[in-house]
Design a protein around this ligand. Structure first.
Ligand code: C5P
Length: 237
């Protein structure tokens, strides 16, 4: 099954306060984009990758991909004004014969093979799409300005992340329309598509502020220390 990934990286990331687009904000000395790009490249589930770059940053994206040895990158294209536009542009670069298109936010650097597997398995079960979701821990209310309109039943809510995977033809049809959806699934749902929620991953959270970047750095450092400890134990054995 041919699975293509569209990596949405064209956001400005103003809340990060960096002097460059969020995808190029430094994470442990590398552009933030490097982390998700390398992880998608290393996954056996993914055949090819389209990177949707901040306008004017297509060349640096290609150079980064070359530097990281990411041979699966088929195209780097300039994104649009909104995420929805950027995804539409990215999907337009996917090969006609792709069976599955997976859309991922570069702002969620810690994409794992476990999540990718859960999504692809759901599509193999016959769903039109699959998204990772986490239980909602806070009570969520719908408001009108500062007035509470209603309290939503928490047991029926999930917080949805990316990557989101879809049957290619279903996603192509869904993104063809206009609108400013904040995720792809809502476009598919809106056309009657059946989307499954699979278990998400707390580490897939979206980097928005400098504190978020620092948190992801601390997780990666802890991972490295764990790996070094494991290697030491193996050497001792
Ligand atoms: O803005 P937000 O944090 O929701 O962006 C989610 C993802 O969508 C980010 O990875 C960002 O780079 C991407 N995006 C995009 N084009 C835009 C806006 C956001 O590719 N115009």
């Amino acid at each position: 099954m041919s699975v293509w990934a569209v990596l949405a990286a064209a956001g400005r990331g103003e809340r990060l306060g960096a002097d460059r687009p969020k995808a190029f904000a430094p994470l442990r000395g590398r552009p933030l984009l490097a982390e998700s790009l390398e992880r998608l490249e290393g996954s056996d589930w993914i055949e090819s990758i389209v990177v949707v770059a901040p306008p004017g940053w297509e060349e640096p994206v290609i150079l980064l991909a070359e530097e990281l040895g990411c041979g699966k990158v088929a195209a780097a294209v300039a994104g649009g004004e909104t995420r929805a536009e950027s995804v539409q542009i990215g999907v337009g670069e996917v090969a006609e014969d792709a069976a599955v298109i997976l859309v991922h936010d570069a702002a969620r650097p810690l994409v794992s093979d476990d999540v990718l597997e859960r999504l692809i398995v759901a599509l193999n079960e016959g769903w039109d799409g699959a998204v990772p979701g986490l239980p909602v821990v806070d009570t969520v209310k719908r408001v009108d300005g500062d007035t509470v309109v209603e309290t939503l039943p928490r047991s029926s809510l999930v917080a949805v992340q990316t990557p989101q995977a879809f049957v290619a033809s279903v996603l192509r049809a869904a993104v063809a329309g206009t609108g400013d959806a904040t995720d792809c699934s809502s476009l598919v749902e809106g056309r009657g598509g059946r989307v499954k929620v699979v278990a998400g991953d707390p580490r897939l959270f979206k980097v928005t502020t400098p504190d978020d970047l620092a948190l992801v750095e601390s997780w990666l450092e802890a991972d490295e220390e764990d790996e070094a400890d494991e290697e030491d134990e193996e050497d001792d054995a």
